[in-house]
Design a protein around this ligand. Sequence first.
Ligand code: NAP
Length: 230
Amino acid sequence: MPDQTIVVVGASRGIGKELVEKFASDSSNTVFALSRNLQKMQELFGHLQNVRAVEFDLTKNVAQQAKAIFENINQIDILINNAGKLVNKPFTELTHEDIAICYQVNVIGVMETTQAAVPKMIGNGGHIVNISSIGGFQGSVKFAGLSAYSTSKAAVCSFTELFAEEYKDSKIKMNCLCLGAVQTEMLAEAFPGYEAPVSASKMADFITHFALTGNQWMNGKIIPVSLSTP
Ligand SMILES: NC(=O)c1ccc[n+]([C@@H]2O[C@H](COP(=O)([O-])OP(=O)(O)OC[C@H]3O[C@@H](n4cnc5c(N)ncnc54)[C@H](OP(=O)(O)O)[C@@H]3O)[C@@H](O)[C@H]2O)c1
């Protein structure tokens, strides 16, 4: 595979951190690791010569930040929209802020990051992988307390189909992975004591392979990736 430039959004912990390390293990790749906690990323990836850690906050001026970061990149081959915000609260206790932050990070942030990446992908093509949740997959088992989070993840699924239709004559492909439970900090904070059947490393193995190859066969697809729920 030729040299690839890969952008991972939400890279400071969990699945995103594993994705950065796995992509970086091929020294021909250049990996841009984006999230709010720059110091943590510098500690994690400082020893990896082909990783550039960049501060990025999906709650603030996403279009402006993404444009400034991508300006320094010639071409993006893979964009993984992996960052996520989960709020677990009974429906009537959700505040406006709870709902707004889920939609800002999980939907608006994904769409505006993608808008900034398109000019860097349109010439040579590439693969955008959106990380959604099995709770946002139509017809799946649903969980009480996740109405803000899971509806926002359902919106990402819908965005994937709409983007793929609009860009079907281009070389950019977009697909969406709806993950089941993965053992990460997010899961541990939202569901203390619950043990997921899949580690962040194992899930990142699958996502890495899918991001590198899946666009040869699929576009606009919403794929459930879950051992734990139907
Ligand atoms: N773990 C699961 O069971 C599970 C299941 C289904 C779907 N997912 C999805 O998989 C993805 C990764 O989940 P995870 O479990 O690895 O989560 P995680 O451990 O909470 O990691 C989330 C990452 O997103 C970044 N992030 C959060 N808010 C951000 C913001 N405002 N701006 C920029 N970056 C932000 C965090 O970095 P900073 O805090 O440094 O910004 C962190 O690096 C998410 O989209 C999640 O919804 C996870």
